[in-house]
Design a protein around this ligand. Structure first.
Ligand SMILES: [Zn+2]
Length: 65
């Protein structure tokens, strides 16, 4: 993929939450801040509650001794 984004920094990426440009090796990467990181974690928690995947049950069954 070739996007015309800012390539000044070699490891820049967009925060998945607020789409702000942030260094990929930052302290909160891939997020721009601890706030966005927390928001993302919250989203994941909500998503996993909404979307119940049968894969998990299958994995558990096969993993049980
Ligand atoms: Zn952000």
């Amino acid at each position: 993929m070739k996007n015309t984004t800012t390539n000044d920094m070699k490891n820049m990426m967009n925060c998945p939450i607020c789409t702000q440009s942030t260094p990929s090796d930052g302290p909160y990467a891939p997020f721009c801040s601890s706030r966005c990181k927390t928001i993302d974690l919250g989203r994941w928690a909500n998503e996993s509650y909404k979307i119940t995947r049968p894969i998990e049950n299958r994995d558990l069954e096969e993993g049980v001794d």
